[in-house]
Design a protein around this ligand. Structure first.
Ligand SMILES: Nc1ncnc2c1ncn2[C@@H]1O[C@H](COP(=O)(O)OP(=O)(O)OP(=O)(O)O)[C@@H](O)[C@H]1O
Ligand SMILES: [Mg+2]
Length: 340
């Protein structure tokens, strides 16, 4: 759907040149919500602006539905861009136009007939929950409502792709969630492909399917959101995850646990479907081990359960080994983190 190939973006020339994107490759599938996360200055905005050629890549290709946008004439590019909507952190609405006119603007540009235009604007305002505010001006709306107008406007020409540049960063947490719910809703209803950039892991966790982590103009990690949470590789990723999901044990925890000699402290990681397997009960029923729960943390990633439990097991080494193989065969990762 979107294929970002070897994209490099350099601003300026000579001594003052800044290489914002240093060779990025990303493939976004149709219908997917793909997130790009990174700290300030990582190059996220530069990258997403390259996708619709708001910024022209210095080199590389942006292939959308098998067409390389970089190679298009200005006229062809204008047409191709209609299929790519975009929303921004600061909404970018026309302040002197009503909500209705803001949403109608792209339709007027594409010379949509009047009755069709009215029908479309009405439908979009309903979709974003602003039917009653059609005649309001942006200054009379809250931030969340402004972003809803921007979303309606971005969808006016029925794009296949929606690009979101920090679309919720100016909003409070509750409003952020309502906008993210709206994006999910649109994604499912229209099979719209969404590429979003953010510096908030919460956004990624709530709606993204896959995510790329950017650092200093490069993608340093890319995976499904679940795998990223389960096996973060870089310090940057760990840092982002720890901002919303603490997977560390309390300080001094292992020294404090008082267990019988020979017992093992095990971390069981549950991802998705495997979380439903009654492994703790099975450890008792099959292996006569009596796991005691010492610590844990469970969360939802999109619609999937993710979490871990730290338990202690007490038995003969052979039985414990066998039990842990069984746990692994049930799709639950088991790691012995301490031998007592
Ligand atoms: N128009 C520009 N001219 C020159 N340098 C730029 C321009 N836009 C961005 N840069 C530089 O490119 C680098 C990446 O910036 P970019 O805005 O893409 O980062 P970002 O990840 O979106 O950061 P933030 O989270 O703060 O929005 C930075 O060093 C920035 O100073
Ligand atoms: Mg930015």
């Amino acid at each position: 759907m979107i294929s970002i190939q070897n994209v490099v973006k350099t601003y300026g020339t000579g001594n003052s040149a800044v290489q914002a994107i240093k060779g990025v490759n990303i493939e976004v599938k149709r219908g997917e919500i793909f997130g790009v996360i990174g700290f300030s200055g990582a190059g996220k905005s530069s990258l997403i602006r390259c996708v619709n050629l708001l910024e022209r890549p210095t080199s590389g290709s942006i292939v959308i539905n098998d067409i390389d946008l970089v190679k298009l004439s200005p006229n062809e590019l204008r047409k191709a861009r209609r299929k790519i909507g975009m929303i921004f952190q600061h909404f970018n609405l026309l302040s002197s136009s009503t909500v209705y006119e803001n949403v109608a603007a792209p339709l007027r540009l594409s010379r949509t007939p009047k009755d069709k235009l009215h029908k479309k604007v009405t439908e979009l305002l309903e979709l974003v929950g602003l039917s009653g505010r059609a005649q309001a001006y942006p200054s009379q709306l809250s931030g969340g409502q402004k972003q809803r107008v921007a979303i309606a406007r971005a969808l006016a020409n029925e794009p296949e792709i929606l690009l979101c540049d920090e679309a919720t960063s100016a909003l409070d947490p509750q409003t952020t969630d309502s906008i993210l719910d709206l994006l999910l809703d649109i994604n499912r209803k229209y099979n719209l492909t969404i590429m979003l950039i953010t510096h908030e892991m919460h956004v990624v966790k709530k709606i993204c399917d896959r995510v790329a982590v950017m650092e200093d103009g490069q993608v340093v990690e890319m995976d499904s959101v679940l795998n990223l949470f389960a096996h973060p590789k870089t310090a940057t990723t760990k840092n982002f995850i720890s901002s919303i999901f603490d997977d560390s044990l309390p300080e001094g925890f292992l020294e404090r646990v008082q267990q019988e000699p020979g017992s093992r402290i095990v971390r069981l990681t549950f991802i998705g479907e495997s979380a439903r397997n009654p492994v703790l009960a099975e450890l008792t029923a099959r292996y006569h081990l009596k796991p005691s729960i010492l610590f844990g943390n469970i969360t939802e990633i999109k619609d999937t359960t993710f979490g871990y439990l730290v338990v202690s097991l007490n038995g003969t080494p052979a039985v414990m080994d066998e039990a842990l193989s069984f746990v692994a065969s049930e799709g639950i990762e088991a790691e012995v983190i301490h031998h007592v």
